[in-house]
Write a protein that binds this ligand. Structure first.
Ligand code: SAM
Length: 292
């Protein structure tokens, strides 16, 4: 078979042969553009030395191209119909290596992954691991949280997601996309909007356009003080987006005079809105509230 799996004709043939149609409830939208896949793998800087953890290989569109670049791939998949397809459709030999030497499928919900145990001795854990995925969109944020909190230090995460979520990850203060997710991610990782992918590049086509974001753990993590306190304060500050920070703070500081003093102490205008605060200002606010 000379066509790559992601070629629209080959994808269609695979879908007709095995499944009939993709499973919407599992967020199955298969990439059908080799150009876009190459853009994604260039953004992830995938080459022959890489160990890649993939989430949701589907019928192998991205997986195949990573293997052809010489990468070793461990993929988490939940759909029990897919192992047969992947094993039949992925190339049986890549250079002088057999598929089983360079590809491992873990049939597990990514949200229940135990990365170190699942990787076993398939990857050399003294070397970096990259994550590459066209995410199942129904669980985009839980997956980002799970990866950020994982016991494995990933070198980078190259993730395709709904464009709206990508914009939230990359937002800067003052924008309407800026919020708790932005702050959670940007205190731990650098973010870069890498590739825009409109809905025509998939079969079936999703309703929304997509974007690829490259995340890299910060060498020096931002010190937010007590993490639980920080996360809680940020969440409360955005609980009513349209209202002022002062208003949102009512549930944390009941007394209006005290709130006024707090804002003054932090050099914040009385009518400031939560999305106008920089991450540093949120850290200052959370620390001041904890000290009270
Ligand atoms: N990588 C393929 C591509 O780009 O064409 C498929 C991407 S598709 C958007 C998402 C994939 O994630 C599907 O194969 C789906 O079955 C899988 N998936 C959905 N929920 C999952 C979960 N909880 N854990 C692991 N994989 C999941």
């Amino acid at each position: 078979n000379n066509l790559p799996i992601c070629d629209p004709i080959r994808t269609k043939a695979i879908m007709n042969r095995y499944l009939g149609f993709a499973k919407k409830n599992l967020g199955q939208n298969f990439l059908i553009s080799l150009n876009k896949i190459n853009d994604i793998l260039d953004a992830a800087e995938i080459d022959g030395d890489d160990q890649v953890l993939e989430i949701g290989p589907g019928i192998g569109s991205l997986t195949e191209q990573m293997l052809l670049r010489g990468a070793k791939v461990l993929a988490y998949e939940i759909d029990q119909d897919l192992p047969e397809i992947l094993h039949n459709e992925l190339p049986q030999k890549i250079g002088d290596k057999y598929l089983d030497d360079v590809f491992k499928l873990v049939m597990k919900d990514i949200l229940k992954a135990d990365f170190k145990a699942d990787i076993g001795n398939f990857f050399d854990l003294n070397k970096p691991v990259k994550v590459v995925a066209n995410l199942p969109y129904y669980i985009t944020t839980p997956i980002i949280f799970a990866l950020a909190k994982s016991d494995l230090a990933f070198e980078s995460l190259t993730l395709m997601m709904q464009k709206e979520v990508a914009e939230r990850l990359c937002a800067s203060s003052g924008n309407k996309e800026y919020g708790p997710l932005t702050i959670f991610v940007q205190t731990q990782m650098s973010v870069k909007m890498a590739v825009m992918v409109d809905h025509t590049n998939f079969n079936p086509q999703p309703k929304v356009d997509s974007a690829v974001v490259v995340l890299k753990p910060l060498v020096q993590k931002v010190d937010v003080g007590d993490t639980d306190n920080f996360d809680h304060v940020v969440k409360m500050c955005f609980s009513q987006r349209r209202k002022t920070l002062n208003n949102n703070l009512k549930s944390l500081v009941k007394d209006s005079e005290e709130r006024k003093k707090l804002l003054q102490m932090l050099d914040l205008p009385e009518k400031v809105r939560p999305e106008e605060l920089s991450i540093d200002q949120f850290i200052g606010l959370a620390k001041a509230l904890k000290a009270e």
